[in-house]
Design a protein around this ligand. Sequence first.
Ligand SMILES: Nc1ncnc2c1ncn2[C@@H]1O[C@H](COP(=O)(O)OP(=O)(O)OP(=O)(O)O)[C@@H](O)[C@H]1O
Length: 577
Amino acid sequence: MSRSPDMVEHPRPRFAPWLMEPMLRNKGTYMKVALAAAMVNIFGLITSLFTMTVYDRVVPNNAITSLVALSIGLVVVVVFDFLLRILRAYFTDLAGADIDHDIGSRVFRRLVAIRLDQKKGSTGALTGMMRELETLRDFFASATMTALVDVPFIVVTLVFIAILGGPLVWVPLAAIPIVIGAGWLTRPALDRLSAKSMSEGLTKQSVLIETVGALEMVKTSGAARLLGRRWSAANVAHGDSSTRQRLVSTIAITVAASANTLSYAGTVVAGVFLIADHRLTTGALVACSILSGRAVQPLATIASLLSRLSATRASYKQINGMMETGSEEPGAGALRPVRFDGRIELRGIEFRYPGAAEKTLDGLNLVIPAGQRVALLGRIGSGKSTIARLILGLYPPQEGLVMIDGTDIRQYDPWAMRGLIGTALQEPVLLSGSVRENIVLARDGVDDAEMLRVSELSGAHSFMGRIANGYDLRLADRGEGLSGGQRQAISLARALAGKPQIIVFDEPTSAMDQASEAQLIGRLEAELQGRTLVLITHRPALLRLVDRIVVVENGRVVQDGPRDAVLKDLQRPRVAA
Ligand SMILES: Nc1ncnc2c1ncn2[C@@H]1O[C@H](COP(=O)(O)OP(=O)(O)OP(=O)(O)O)[C@@H](O)[C@H]1O
């Protein structure tokens, strides 16, 4: 009788697809690793048989001819063993590098697509988490794979000992539970300490990133003392938990090492009695003592892996948390517009930032017809930049709709949609690399001619032209090496490149002098004809660019009309209530 599909339970996979898929893709390579590892184990057994034969047959009979033959055989085994070990390491690294590359790109793609309203943790914590990928890759892709192949050979080795040495097999058998027990007993403490140590490591990283990113401010505002305190507190906490974590894992690893020695020595001691009873030859004893060490050895490796398992699990949880955070990655049915007319509508918007007590936008309605140029005015903190963020789909509103060209923007592929909107936000953030790269940003359809055109428009050309190799000038992180106004001009050029039909400018000239601003406005007037402009500004001069002014207060539109009428009204002296 066939079961209905609904009755079939689908257990949650133990590991997430971002980890499993790249590993399974390398199945073939791991099979080769397993084969090489199996051969290496078999060679180990052969070596012990060689020793036994030498002790039992060659030494008593002084059989030099046999010794030569055996030695030649052994040399062949050693050569193969050498080659297979190298191949094993090579294939493991090959698969590791492939997995690393695959997981790395998946995690990076996800990081860029992370939904800002669901993002948790500071920049430092997020970058620290990327470092955890190393721990994860190393565990899953390298060491564990090799160790796992050795495990079945524990049984084979024990069977060999039982055949050669009979009851001697009880010695390594007794050592095995000790190793496993030490591993399991220390696990809970290790789990706890690993998670603690990792989160404290991330705190350290956060302080560091914040300090390095704001070095100029740290020096000028005297923030070094505050940050120094935070750094040493994070350092002490991290040092403390790492020391404890290492201590516990050392205990487990050392128990395994001691069990290995005990197993070897115990076999020798017990073997002496068996030889006395004529139940064992000297050669068999030597072979058994070698083999008993080999039987426990993989467990020692596993004990050390178990001690790393906790750290790996903590890293896995951390990265998986990020991978499961809401993503902007578009579904299969997402719309990918190639051009906008430029009509923007915000309908009944209620918006509160995650964790904020107050609503930032409260019942906001705004329709901007295609091709209209609108300024958003309002006091600081009134919600103007938030409106821009909502139009760009950086945050979804809790209530209401944001539409472009009559379509709810949630239906658009966010990357495709933002590619059609020219955006210059309040903080002009440049990247390391050349000025050219900063303007073009590897976008299709922005060639050198377009780059020069927009640089002239934004005013960037006036200073880039004066610098030798202007556009190939390499900038340090965040565009260090350029003035605030220069950075702003480059960020404007970036926004204008490709002639987007919709432009969103947030304080685009705040760092410019009046003359540069006036020239820019003159050039933009012609450029922005027929395009939709959302301009957020406190600078009156810029209002020349717009047809309409919308005044925002406490997240609502309180005034809206043609530019001159609203300006006149705003300039009228207010009568105190
Ligand atoms: N990422 C954020 N998380 C939480 N609250 C935020 C965030 N960004 C802004 N806010 C809050 O939202 C409110 C509106 O901010 P917004 O940046 O939209 O103001 P604005 O009108 O653009 O101000 P300004 O003219 O100073 O740029 C502010 O009270 C601010 O505290």
